[in-house]
Design a protein around this ligand. Sequence first.
Ligand SMILES: Cc1ncc(COP(=O)(O)O)c(C=O)c1O
Length: 510
Amino acid sequence: MKIPLDRQSSTPLYLQLRDHVARFIHSGALQPEERLPSIRTLSQSTGVNKLTVIEGYSVLEADGLIHARQGAGYFVNPAAIPAPKLESTFAPEQRVIIPDQRGSSFFELYTTSVQALQHEDIIDFSCGFPHPPEDLQRVSRRAVAQVAQALFNYGLPEGQLTLRKQIAQMLVQQGLGVSPDDLIVTNGSKQGLSLATHYYVQPGDWVIVESPTFHGALAILESLGARVIGIPMAAEGMNLELLEQYLRSHRPKLIYTISTLHNPTGLTTSQAHRQQLLALAHEYECPILEDNAYEGLNFEPVPPPIKAIDQHDWVTYIGTFSKTLMPGLRVGYMVVTGKHYQPILERKLLQDLHVSTVSQAIVSEYLASGHYRRHLSRLRAKNLQGRNAMLQALERYFPEEVEWTVPRGGLFLWVHLPAGLPIQAICREALAQNVLVANGAAFFLDQRGYPALRLTFLHPSEKIEQGIAVLGKLLKSYLAPGTRGQASRLKQEGILGFVAKTEGGTKLVG
Ligand SMILES: Cc1ncc(COP(=O)(O)O)c(C=O)c1O
C-alpha cells in the first residue's frame, strides 16, 4: 500500500494517513475483512513514527471503517465500503443527427492524448491506454529469438496461421465460433474498420452509426465521402425504432455498431437488442460492422457478439489486442465470412501486404504462454476498482443534475451534462488545472449533440478522486444560480470565440 505523505501540508500526518486509507477502502482497493498493514510496516514504509500510525488507525476505527482484532492487527469493516450506485439514470434526448458539414476532431483528440502521456502531472481522463503486462518484454524477447528466421520474411496477408488459430480459440470463449480461415489479422482494429467500410460503402452512400460513437470511425467515414446518419443511443443501445425508420427511408449500405462496452458510453446491448438489430439488417438487406474493440474487458457476463447469431454473412466483426495487451503492437483482427472474405483480403494485401511478423509473433507467444487469461483477469479487477472509484467520486463531487452511465467493463464512462454549459471552456479550465478530459462533442457527428464528457477510469483511485474533484468544482461553479453569466464573461474574454474558430464553424454547445 503506497501512501505518499506531504510533510509541508497543514493537515497533520495522522489525518493524511487516515484520508488515504479511507480512500482505499471506499474505492474497493481494500476489501472487506482485508488486513491492513501492521503498525510497524506502515510506520517504516511512510517514514512516520508508530504513534502517528496508531493515531491514524484510531481515527479510522472511530469513523467505523476498520476494527482491531486482539493480537491479529487491523481489518476493514464489511459495512465500511459503500457500494457505488449501480443504477444509471442515463436517458439522453433521442435526436437523430445528419450532419450538413464535416467536422471530425479525431486527429486533434488522438494527438493531444498521446502527447499527454509524456506529462506525468496531467490526470488524463481523455483516452484509455492500458499498461502492458510486466512479462510482455520477456515473452517478446523469446518470441523474436524462437522464430527469428521466419520473422524477417514476407508473410501471408491474412496473418500467421498459428495466431489465427489462437484468436479463433479465444473467440469461442466469447461465444463466437469461427474458423481460422474466416480471420484476417489487421493492423489494429482501425485497419479492420477502414477495410470493411471501404468494401461496403461508396462515396455518397448512406451509413448508420450510433450517436455518439467512436470518433475514429466517424473520421474514416468522413474521408470516404459517406453520408452518415447518427441514430441516438438510449440506455439499452441504439434506438431501434428510429433505426428502422431510417433503414426504410434512406436504404443505407452499412450499420456500424459497438455492441459490447460501447465507446464512448460504455453500454452493452442485450441479447434481445442484438437479435432485433440483426433481424432489421436482414429485412432491409443492410450489412452490419460490429466493432468489439473492448472484448474481454467485461466485469460481468455479456451476451455473445451479434456475429455469433449471424447465419447469412450480414455481420463483419472486428477485434483488437490494443485494449488488453499493447496498442503499440498494432495487432487486430476481423472475422469475415462467405463471399466477402476474398475481396477484403485482397484489399488488405494492397494496403500493406500484412501485419508486422514481429508483432504477430509476440501476440502469438503471449497467447501460447498461458498468461493472457491471468493478465485479463487482473486487468478486469483493476478496471473494476477504477470504475467503482470513479462512480463514488462522481456521486461525491458532481452536481446533482448530471447523469452518467454505469459500464459493465471497458475503460470509459459517459457523463451527460445539463444543456447550456460552455463545455469547451470547462475542458480548457480543467486542463489549466492538469486534468485532461474528452469533450463529448468529438463523438457526435459534426460535433453536434448534447453536452457530455467521456472519462477513462484507468487510473489509481487517488488520481480519480483528485481529478473528479477538480471537474466537479468547475461544473458546480458554472451551474450555481447566477453564474451562468460566466459563459458570457468567457465570451467577452474571447475564450469561446477562440474555440468556435478552431471548430471551423460548428455549433458550440453552450
Ligand atoms: C471502438 C473502437 N474501435 C477501434 C479502435 C481502434 O483501436 P486499434 O486500432 O488500436 O485496435 C478503438 C480505439 O480506441 C475503439 O475505441
